[in-house]
Design a binder for this molecule. Structure first.
Ligand code: OOG
Ligand code: MG
Length: 268
């Protein structure tokens, strides 16, 4: 089975896509989509996300990669869900290393530390494995993801968060790119500091026992969406620790063992 099993009509998908797009562009919180559409399922969420991606690409945004989300226990517990999800990444979400993000553009952002993969070969589901991901990986690189749920109080269900593109908002890659074969991504430690204080720490295995497993999972979900993972994709494998809220004036640095560090700060 590789088609989405949706319950929403095409008109409703377009309506919800416009609602999410408006909330993202105007940095406004909206109610969960399931309040109006209680029967909506995860595939409906992906139908809305697909419509959003098509709309952004039509507006000239470039697809640069994808993100896996809710791939660690820390994240699942924090958000109250137990199934991983994916979202797409565009050039407009990219922030340079050590860049400054204006919080007026976001609703209630949080930061996550993630291991990102840059692929050099196309990958396709439905049976993609972590070994295939590693074989198709040019390098891995430290990343900070800035997520921003558009739902009130950062409170959502899976259907709604998938429609909202997995809370994707901004991302920063930095530190030192490394060959995955030269690292043990399971025992690789990461420490997140906010304003000089350690706020979270963890190791790569927190993400599905190995971050490459999360990328394989992502490729297999892409298959359901009728997509493959193109060569040259930037893929974030999911937050290793819980996400941390940020305010104007905050600066965050994520230090990755043997990979250097990546940092970002926040203004009004
Ligand atoms: C959903 C996105 C989760 C991650 O790395 O787990 C995510 C959310 O928590 O808003 O990006
Ligand atoms: Mg993330």
């Amino acid at each position: 089975m590789n088609a989405l099993e949706t319950t929403l009509s095409r008109e409703d998908v377009v309506r919800l896509c416009e609602r999410v797009e408006g909330a993202q562009k105007e940095a406004r919180a909206i109610t969960r989509l399931t309040e109006e559409y209680p029967a909506m399922n995860m595939d409906d969420g992906y139908a809305v996300q697909n419509a959003l991606r098509a709309r952004f690409l039509q507006q000239g945004h470039k697809l640069v990669g994808w993100k896996a989300g809710l791939t660690s226990k820390a994240k699942m517990q924090q958000m109250g869900v137990d199934v991983p999800s994916i979202g797409f990444l565009t050039d407009r979400m990219a922030v340079p290393e050590n860049g400054v993000i204006a919080l007026s553009e976001l609703v209630h952002p949080r930061v996550e530390c993630e291991i990102a993969f840059m692929t050099s070969q196309e990958l396709s589901g439905p049976h993609c494995t972590a070994e295939q991901v590693l074989a198709a990986t040019a390098y891995v690189i430290p990343a900070i993801e800035i997520i921003d749920s558009r739902f009130k109080k950062f409170s959502f269900d899976l259907q709604s968060v998938i429609a909202d593109n997995g809370s994707s908002a901004r991302f920063v890659a930095g530190g030192r790119p490394r060959y995955a074969s030269e690292l043990d991504l399971r025992t690789l430690g990461v420490v997140m500091e906010k304003n000089g204080t350690i706020v979270e720490m963890g190791a790569g295995a927190a993400v599905m026992n190995h971050p490459a497993e999360a990328v394989a999972m992502l490729v297999n979900i892409l298959h359901k969406l009728g997509e493959t993972l193109a060569a040259g994709s930037f893929v974030m494998s999911g937050g290793i620790t819980a996400a941390v809220a940020v305010e104007p004036g905050d600066s965050v640095i994520a230090r990755f063992q043997n990979m250097g560090s990546v940092s970002v700060s926040f203004s009004e």
